[in-house]
Design a protein around this ligand. Structure first.
Ligand SMILES: CC(C)(COP(=O)(O)OP(=O)(O)OC[C@H]1O[C@@H](n2cnc3c(N)ncnc32)[C@H](O)[C@@H]1OP(=O)(O)O)[C@@H](O)C(=O)NCCC(=O)NCCS
Length: 151
């Protein structure tokens, strides 16, 4: 598997990006503000992440996704480690990531990679998404913000 930056003239993998974020409008906004990286295996794109600068010191991983048929094989963890490495070499001090209160697996993954809960944006998903999001039998209402200090 190879992880590389998507070139400006390449089509972003929307099928994967929309797995992590059902709002095409929000995805289109942040992919123009940040850098999109893809994981390729035999010329198939099987993973993606997008890093967006928030401040001079902090970046946010806005989207991270692995093809459904390749999930649970350690690819998400590799993508997250690559995102941390890229942000570190670009001189950032912190990485943030936001996920839903119902995203149990994602909360596990981020904490296993060293991220710590830094805050909660109450009702974020109720206010910013038209459709109801249910995961693990839990209504997704709040955004849990996690942060990793990298320097
Ligand atoms: C989230 C996602 C990127 C993770 O990728 P993945 O390749 O399936 O994840 P990995 O196989 O690398 O596993 C990640 C770790 O999380 C752990 N994990 C996942 N669910 C867990 C749970 N419910 N409880 C405890 N640990 C869990 C795994 O055990 C693994 O840890 P380990 O390496 O110590 O065993 C992937 O599932 C995905 O694309 N989901 C849909 C899109 C999405 O929701 N993106 C995030 C938006 S915030």
């Amino acid at each position: 598997m190879k992880i590389r930056k998507l070139q400006r003239d390449e089509m972003p993998p929307y099928d994967l990006l929309l797995l992590a974020d059902p709002s095409r409008e929000l995805v289109e906004t942040y992919i123009t503000e940040g850098e999109c990286y893809v994981a390729e295996d035999n010329d198939d794109i099987i993973g993606v992440f997008v890093i967006v600068p928030l401040t001079k010191e902090t970046v946010e991983i806005k989207n991270i996704a692995v093809s459904e048929d390749r999930q649970g094989q350690g690819i998400g963890k590799k993508l997250l480690q690559e995102a941390i490495g890229v942000s570190k070499s670009n001189g950032y001090d912190n990485i943030e990531i936001g996920t839903g209160n119902s995203s149990i697996g994602q909360l596990a993954l981020y904490q296993k990679c060293g991220f710590r809960i830094a805050g909660v944006i109450k009702d974020f998903f109720i206010q910013h998404y038209d459709e109801i999001i249910m995961e693990n039998g839990i209504l997704c209402k709040d955004m849990i913000r996690l942060r990793l200090e990298i320097q």
